[in-house]
Design a protein around this ligand. Structure first.
Ligand code: PEP
Ligand code: MN
Length: 338
């Protein structure tokens, strides 16, 4: 429930509403804005009996938020959330933001060469996992803090922002220290302890959709982060499991406009994990931007044949450069810049 106060309501009116909400056993969150105060009611997954609140002085309107998720919903916040990074890049505004880089950080030369190429082609955010969640315990698990140091070095050298994954609360402590965006991976979408920890982080979080998560489950996972106080959340569609086995996952294009309608949070598409095949990354990236994505995250490797993970879906730097030109045209076609 959202209580909208009239523009001439006083602080005492607001305080009275807060007290009334608390007396009903819920939490009240004042949401000041330029024109008027609103007060959100959280901690309820049932309908609040609003009569006592509706009649209080200064109350203009009571809006029932019908969805089980509240803070992430459009009903709660009508305007788009825009996440701004230290290098001046904003995600969720008019600009479509391209994040690119290797699946994993493998060595200084691999990262620096790839970073130079993606920055040169126009990417604004460098990706690269230092902690890799792998299906097999015998596969490359990432370079850990050493990898984070290399990412920081590449950021400073090329004016990029950096995004990298945290796989558990311990790695999140480290990732929070180094990264500009903390990535939570598909396999951890419903790791509630990790979501809560990310909600207490000082950095923006990109939350990937779980491989078999419904849109509602995904939004509720984001709600965990916002409920802990971190409003800087970016949603990332990366494909879901389906009966089709030609592609690694089935990129859900529908998810992009649906999330934009249901939520104010920015949405990014990941055509690399969404397809698993290099030759499909271009067409699916274009589709994602045309469908309203605020950005895409693409795997690029200086030599995909040598990649320790996800080489099959990683673009060669020259392919990425060509793709950037196409993406710019698509972005312009839907009234955005890139
Ligand atoms: C990744 O971004 O490299 C990754 C592991 O992605 P996902 O969590 O979507 O599988
Ligand atoms: Mn990967």
């Amino acid at each position: 429930m959202l209580v909208v106060m009239s523009h001439d309501a006083t602080q005492a009116d607001t305080d009275r509403v807060v007290t009334a909400i608390q007396a009903l056993g819920f939490q009240a969150r004042p949401i000041p804005s330029e024109h008027r105060m609103a007060i959100g009611v959280v901690g309820n997954d049932r309908r609040v009996e609003a009569d006592t609140v509706e009649g209080l002085p200064g109350v203009k309107e009571v809006i029932h938020v019908s969805a089980p998720y509240k803070l992430v919903s459009r009903e709660w916040q009508a305007h788009d959330t825009v996440v701004t990074l230290p290098n001046g890049v904003s995600i969720g505004g008019r600009e479509v933001v391209v994040m690119a880089g290797p699946c994993g950080v493998e060595s200084e030369a691999q990262l620096m060469e790839t970073a130079a190429a993606v920055a040169q082609a126009g990417a604004r955010v460098l990706r690269g996992g230092a902690f890799k969640p792998r299906t097999s315990p015998y596969s490359f698990q990432g370079m850990g803090e050493e990898g984070l140091k290399l990412l920081a070095k590449a950021r400073d050298a090329y004016g990029l922002a950096i995004i990298t994954e945290a796989v558990d609360p311990e790695s999140l402590d480290l990732v929070e220290e180094y990264a500009d965006i903390i990535q939570l991976g598909a396999r951890n979408m419903q790791n509630f302890a990790l979501l809560k920890r990310a909600g207490r982080a000082r950095k923006p979080v990109m939350l990937k959709r779980g491989p078999s998560a419904t849109l509602k489950e995904w939004l509720l996972a984001a709600e965990y982060i916002l409920a802990e106080g971190n409003a800087k959340v970016i949603m990332c569609e990366r494909g879901v499991r389906s009966f089709e086995d030609y592609t690694r996952n089935m990129f859900d294009l529908n998810a992009i406009p649906v999330i934009k309608q249901l939520s104010h949070l920015p949405v990014v598409g990941d055509p690399s994990h969404g397809t698993g095949r290099r030759e499909l990354v271009g067409p699916v990236s274009k589709g994602a931007i045309a469908a309203g994505a605020d950005g895409i995250i693409v795997e690029v490797h200086r030599d995909p044949t040598q990649a320790k993970s996800d080489g099959m879906q990683s673009l060669y730097p020259s392919q990425f450069e060509a793709l950037m030109g196409d993406l710019r045209s698509v972005a312009n076609g839907v009234g955005r810049s890139l």
